[in-house]
Design a protein around this ligand. Structure first.
Ligand SMILES: Nc1ncnc2c1ncn2[C@@H]1O[C@H](COP(=O)(O)OP(=O)(O)O)[C@@H](O)[C@H]1O
Ligand SMILES: [Mg+2]
Length: 366
């Protein structure tokens, strides 16, 4: 729907000193959703945010807001605010003045400033903190002031550049929840940047997985986790077993010296593929039972489950997550459902990949 579309990257490339940092990036951002740019350090996440905020111009391609070309529109003319990783608060100003700063710059009448600041502080659960000094705040409170300072301008889009990475694990988890709630209450678009896959899975409506300046895959957390497009995504999002295989025919795959039923189709006869099975989709069985036999090489207790590494007869290593434990050097069986097998085609584009997956839905799976 056209009215939902807010930000559009169309074949955007960004070069610095002749070096290509973002290559041919296209994506759409709709109103009122929580998006995450996920990828390793240096893949171009911050560069994308700076293009959206207007601090950088694309080298090639177009960037539009509501259908209007904005390539050359300066930051202060865009309805976008950014929360930075280091918060960038003013240490010599108190909480109120930090939050009021943007409103004063925009020459808002002073009687309007106080209620707007109060409202913004309320949104981030900092009622009554107006007069506190920044130096007296905890990390989580500073984080909230930084968010209040960004939302006080009532932006259409809030950009958040790794805002939680300085926090300890417990606070980080609490803030993930708070940010998600805040996005729903405000009803505006959040574009959140992280290199942490668990954070991305927990928070987002939609994730863009980036690698070396390219979008590898975009989609809901569930779809990216369940159906990774390639080895990079499968490795980056959660733990995976990735094993070389072949497709003798549609919905049949062979790997580890055996042949299995699967739900994947649309491959050439005997096409070489990569097979992905998530560790939690492998079920422990007695020796001689199940579909594959492995020898247990190691086991770690991970709190909720055991992480077991086993080797099959063909020499492939398998990671298994199970609430049952095993014994080192024991032979055990592994069972998995046909749906637990995901087939990745070498070098497949995201368009072809999506088309292939769609073809399964109408297909007869038995
Ligand atoms: N102003 C700049 N000039 C030259 N190179 C830059 C500039 N900004 C970023 N880069 C380079 O672009 C790449 C992507 O950077 P960045 O977008 O900050 O990555 P991320 O945020 O994903 O860690 C890096 O290799 C970085 O060194
Ligand atoms: Mg960055």
């Amino acid at each position: 729907m056209a009215e939902k579309m807010m930000i559009q990257f169309d074949h955007v490339t960004k070069k610095f000193d002749g070096e290509t940092i973002l290559r041919d990036i296209s994506f759409d951002i709709e109103r009122g959703k929580f998006y995450t740019l996920l990828g390793p350090s240096g893949c171009g996440k911050t560069t994308i945010l700076r293009l959206i905020a207007g601090f950088l111009e694309p080298t090639e391609g177009t960037l539009t807001f509501d259908g209007q070309l904005v390539n050359k529109i300066p930051p202060n003319k865009r309805q976008v605010n950014t929360v930075f990783q280091d918060y960038a608060l003013f240490p010599h100003l108190n909480v109120f003045e930090n939050v009021a700063f943007g409103l004063r710059i925009n020459k808002l009448a002073s009687k309007e400033i106080a209620p707007r600041v109060k409202e913004a502080l309320h949104f981030v659960n900092l009622d009554g903190y107006q007069n506190r000094e920044i130096s007296d705040l905890s990390g989580g409170q500073k984080q909230r002031v930084a968010i209040a300072r960004a939302i006080v301008n009532r932006p259409q889009v809030l950009l958040l550049d790794e805002p939680l990475s300085a926090l300890d694990l417990k606070l980080r988890t609490a803030m993930q929840f708070e940010l998600r709630q805040l996005q729903r209450r405000l009803g505006i678009t959040f574009i959140f940047v992280t290199h942490d896959q668990e954070e991305a899975l927990a928070m987002s409506d939609e994730i863009f997985v980036l690698n070396q300046g390219k979008i590898e895959q975009s989609g809901s957390p569930r779809s990216i986790y369940d159906e990774p497009i390639n080895r990079f995504v499968a490795d980056f999002i959660g733990e995976s077993n990735i094993i070389p295989g072949k497709m003798p025919q549609d919905r049949v795959v062979s790997f580890a010296g055996k042949t299995f039923n699967c739900v994947d189709q649309g491959f050439n006869k005997n096409e070489s593929v990569e097979v992905v099975i998530r560790p939690e989709d492998l079920e422990l069985k007695q020796r001689g039972e199940g579909l594959l036999q492995v020898r247990v090489e190691s086991q770690l207790f991970r709190g909720v489950h055991y992480e077991i590494i086993g080797k099959d007869e063909a020499g492939n290593s398998w990671m298994i997550h199970s609430t049952k434990s095993a014994k080192i050097n024991d032979e055990i069986g592994l069972y998995f459902e046909p749906e637990a097998i995901h087939i990745m085609r070498h070098g497949e584009s995201e368009e072809d990949f999506d088309r292939r997956l769609e073809s399964y839905e109408g297909a007869d799976h038995d």
